[in-house]
Design a binder for this molecule. Structure first.
Ligand SMILES: Nc1ncnc2c1ncn2[C@@H]1O[C@H](COP(=O)(O)OP(=O)(O)O)[C@@H](O)[C@H]1O
Ligand SMILES: O=C(CO)[C@@H](O)[C@H](O)COP(=O)(O)O
Length: 534
């Protein structure tokens, strides 16, 4: 009999990725489908549609289904032995939502193994373009929700976050408000993660506590839906969401569709899917005191936290690997796509040239600082490009190499400043665990290390959400017997030291961090004034 293995999936913004690991936790297969490149018929840019109002951002739900068909066919052609898979789990970009039309459950359950799944599911979605995390079109729904529950801080105390435009409750409220008939014909609303789990389960998969904490709907302490939040968003919402479950739950066996079409064992278990950042926390085996920085489409920073205090900035999510604890998360919308834009403008579209520019400029950039927000940022709420010389005077352009360093230093200074605002302190034993596409780039990691004055570690794959999902698949099989994820993955390779801070980094960046924080106040979005920083 073939050796058992476990699959971890990641339905992220730009790609669908998969990793298979064996019982020794070694990666034995890794693949991806890139939405723009491999599925050009959907005409997405970086996996998304930005609508004409520049606020609404969606992705076609059938693209995600077709990507799954495509990656499974690729695995099959490569000779991947699906019968070895004992369990699978996965992750999805957080906050995005999928709307299943009445009657879809039956179609999902009875999908013919003769057809690719996207053909059977064509008519299943009442909203064909799913709102995703980049959307910022729900300001009025956010105000209404905060008002309904007694204010922003009160909402944060219940759900872990004040109202955020991308959070799913506000997205659902918008759909209900604009198209009540579409809402009424929807029998189930999934997150991207629970939607992806549903595809494997052949039935509607529940939302897990951790990804469910990114909706402004879940009481993160009691782990039940908040009736006041549900009622403020849309009628009859509780039934459409189903009951939330612990993130380690085994949801059931894989749908017969996969056994018949690809040769999966009918005993292969589907473990609850979660958000991509929670899955990365599992994949990087984050420990208390560590700081994780993901440099994917979005940049995120997250921490393992025992006793959180939800505030007006940042998010508290239920911890995906330990239901008694939490994770704190900050999200920065202008991540890789912003870096790609500056790379294209200043480094002829080449990461090599971009890295050389970082090497050819001095740490601290001779006092030149920049804020780079092509789209309205989440942390802090600000938009536009703002450059300042060493005397804090606004300037309209920087030389190309200065621009590149200002971008990277600025992005990491913002992360440190906002992590410190959350109460996080960089200690002598602090480890930064970096992941995501840009963590391939050692020159970028060096700036990260210098700005935080802490060593940066990486794991073998930048797809930590996939790896974490594969770990979670194994953990799901034993979690009910009180085995921790840490026990399950104790033999996995330790994160490796990638870079250490340069001598004098703390002395250099301390005053710059102070200046950056002061200048940030000047560029913060003020809806009543069209002129931003003076
Ligand atoms: N060498 C590199 N230097 C900097 N950024 C890189 C490099 N290689 C890839 N990237 C960035 O990684 C991003 C994709 O990261 P990834 O974590 O796969 O994103 P997601 O999970 O959101 O789809 C790309 O948008 C690209 O800008
Ligand atoms: O909105 C958030 C977290 O709150 C984003 O981090 C999404 O989860 C998208 O993830 P990536 O595709 O960038 O990894």
């Amino acid at each position: 009999m073939a050796a058992p293995c476990y699959l971890g999936w990641d339905f992220s913004t730009q790609q669908l990725k998969v990793i298979a690991i064996d019982e020794q936790l070694r990666v034995i297969y890794e693949d991806n489908v890139h939405f723009d490149k491999d599925l050009p018929e959907f005409k997405t840019q970086s996996g998304v549609y930005i609508h004409s109002d520049r606020l609404t951002v969606t992705s076609p739900v059938l693209m995600w289904v077709k990507a799954l068909d495509m990656i499974l066919e690729k695995m099959k052609s490569s000779g991947f032995n699906f019968s070895q898979v004992r369990a699978l789990s996965g992750a999805g970009q957080q906050h995005g939502s999928v709307y299943w039309k009445k009657g879809s459950m039956q179609i999902l359950k009875n999908a013919s193994a003769e057809l690719p799944l996207h053909q059977s599911l064509q008519a299943c979605f009442s909203v064909s373009n799913s709102p995703i995390w980049m959307d910022s079109s729900t300001a009025s729904q956010c105000s209404a929700l905060e008002k309904a529950v007694g204010g922003a801080q009160h909402l944060a105390s219940i759900t872990g976050s004040r109202a955020y435009e991308r959070f799913t409750g506000n997205q659902i409220a918008k759909i209900y408000g604009q198209n009540p008939e579409v809402y009424m014909e929807t029998e189930r609303i999934s997150l991207v993660s629970s939607f992806a789990a549903s595809l494997f389960l052949g039935a509607y998969a529940p939302i897990d506590y951790s990804d469910g904490s990114g909706m402004n709907l879940l009481q993160i302490w009691e782990k039940v839906w908040s009736s006041s939040c549900l009622d403020a968003c849309a009628p009859g919402l509780k039934e459409k969401l189903g009951c939330p479950v612990p993130s380690h739950s085994v949801l059931g066996p894989i749908s017969p569709y996969y056994s018949q079409r690809y040769g999966f064992s009918p005993d292969c278990k589907v473990v609850a899917f979660t958000g991509d950042n929670p899955a990365s926390l599992a994949g990087m085996r984050l420990q208390e005191g560590d700081i994780a920085i993901s440099l994917g489409t979005s940049d995120t920073l997250f921490l393992w936290i025992q006793e959180p205090t939800p505030a007006l900035e940042g998010h508290i999510l239920c911890n995906p690997v330990d239901s008694q604890t939490y994770m704190a998360l900050l999200c920065f919308k202008n991540g890789s796509l912003m870096r790609e834009r500056v790379r294209d403008d200043c480094a002829s579209g080449s990461w090599d040239e971009f890295s050389k520019a970082l090497s050819s400029t001095v740490a601290g950039n001779n006092g030149n600082l920049g804020f780079y927000f092509d789209v309205m940022e989440i942390t802090p709420e600000a938009v536009g490009i703002h450059r300042f010389n060493k005397d804090n005077q606004k300037v309209s352009v920087f030389p190309k190499e200065v621009e590149i360093r200002a971008l990277i230093e600025g992005q990491f200074m913002a992360k440190r400043i906002h992590a410190e605002k959350l109460g996080y302190k960089v200690m002598p034993r602090t480890r930064i665990l970096a992941t995501g596409g840009a963590s391939h780039n050692r020159k970028i990691l060096q700036v990260l290390s210098d700005v935080f004055n802490a060593p940066v570690y990486t794991i073998d794959t930048t797809n930590s959400a996939c790896l974490g999902s594969a770990y979670r698949a194994i953990h799901g099989l034993v979690a009910e017997t009180n085995v921790s994820l840490a026990d399950v993955v104790k033999l996995a390779p330790e994160p490796k030291l990638a870079v250490t801070p340069a001598a004098g980094a703390e002395e250099l960046y301390r005053p710059l961090l102070k200046r950056y924080a002061e200048l940030e106040q000047k560029v913060i979005y003020n809806p009543t004034s069209s002129c931003l920083a003076k």
